[in-house]
Design a protein around this ligand. Sequence first.
Ligand code: B12
Ligand code: SF4
Ligand code: SF4
Length: 415
Amino acid sequence: MSSNESQTLATISPTALSQLARYIKQWGQELGFAQVGITDTDLSEEEAKLQDWLDKGYHGEMGYMANHGMMRARPHELHQGTKRVVSLRMDYLPPSAGFATNLIDPTLGYISRYAGGRDYHKLMRQRIKKLGDKIEAYCQEQGFGATDSRPFVDSAPVMERPLAEKAGIGWTGKHSLILNHNAGSWFFLGELFINLPLPLDIPISDGCNTCVACIKSCPTGAIVEPYVVDGRRCISYLTIELQGAIPEEFRPLMGNRIYGCDDCQLVCPINAQAPLTQEHDFHIRQQILQPELLTLFNWSEKTFLSLTEGSAIRRIGHKRWLRNIAIALGNAPANPNIIEALSARKASDEVDDMVLEHINWALAQQQAKVQQQTKVQQQAKVQQAVQFEPARETPAQRKTARVVRSVEKGLPRDA
Ligand code: B12
Ligand code: SF4
Ligand code: SF4
């Protein structure tokens, strides 16, 4: 951008900027965004918190979180000349979410509801780019000069949540996600960085009050203090971000969650009124709607790649897919079909050492449960008891059962 152009932009009157901000919100909604807010680029208050999070190693293997220094907290350094950040919310809660039905059945795989449809990154980025183009065309038409803008959707080192909070999209919940009373938390965030001094929106106040439901319900204790998630413990990290073996201590706690996790949002009372997505692309694909673990486990790499085309799931690749499902099969009740499928997979050339280790773990879990059942049956015979005693619930199963009850009561439409 030439100095003449920036000169012209600098002379736009406050009234014209307010009018433009109203148009930006209207255009954002026309492009499918449920909420649009505007903030400045000052995240200096977040720098110490981000550094502390990194110093504690909470990012685990997510090198991209540490690689860019404090640029994440400095939008004007990331894209020179940026004066404002337009923060945008797009809802993803699909109809027939079937949260409780899916979580309570250990023979089904649970896939985070943000990932049931098309990958949000590209879809949102294209729409935000269109918003930037509309602003540019309007400014040219009004004789304001050329603007400079850049869209982001989790694509570069941007602190999306603190920006959204400052732009009035919602408050930071104790699970660290952004939420508000009208929208709940089932939404993605995206941004448009722009060099116009638009008027700022006002943040809303924290609505969590004394609630701690998300902290208490997290299956792996990943919310280590209010507002702070140790990424290394989060099932979303373990199943999606982590490349290698999943530490054994977390495997029994993961239950049937094979891609991401929604528990901290499922128990959140603010989600009771959450709107369903307006995007058909975010509806859950048929093949992964309440899917049988054994069916998913038998997908060849070719089938995996073809059925996950255009979906975020594809990015983890077939090996990590098998790794995650093997753990869920190990957590399922004893079943000869599971033992057979795990044993058969061991011989497949689609399995490497990492996956094999998870399959062996799952087989050991299954065999231990078979032995336990046999022992109980023998004892029952000795005592001439007529009734078969079902396997006792583990602490992880009890926790999931509590989450399921909370969903049935609190989110009946989506249960
Ligand atoms: C890395 C990452 C992860 C990691 C780490 C999560 C984490 N909590 O940091 C993992 C893989 C675990 C993850 C999981 C999920 N993620 Co994620 N993730 C990101 C990413 C790329 C960066 C987040 C980040 O900067 N973390 C670093 C920490 C330091 O930042 P922070 O959590 O914002 O921390 C701030 C607060 O803790 C606050 N804070 C600290 N102390 C205090 C005290 C008080 C009083 C207050 C008010 C605040 C406060 O200050 C910190 C710094 O500003 C963003 C996209 C992006 N580019 O921003 C998506 C993003 C945050 N993820 C998102 C989603 C949807 C998820 C999942 C729900 C996916 C799923 N269903 O499996 C889970 C939810 C887990 C959870 N409870 O956070 C959405 C969230 C949308 C929303 N409504 O907020 C984002 C914004 C992606 C997007 N574009 O939509 N994610
Ligand atoms: S997504 Fe699941 S594992 Fe991660 S913090 Fe939330 S409840 Fe815990
Ligand atoms: S569950 Fe409770 S504490 Fe957690 S984000 Fe929701 S309202 Fe806040």
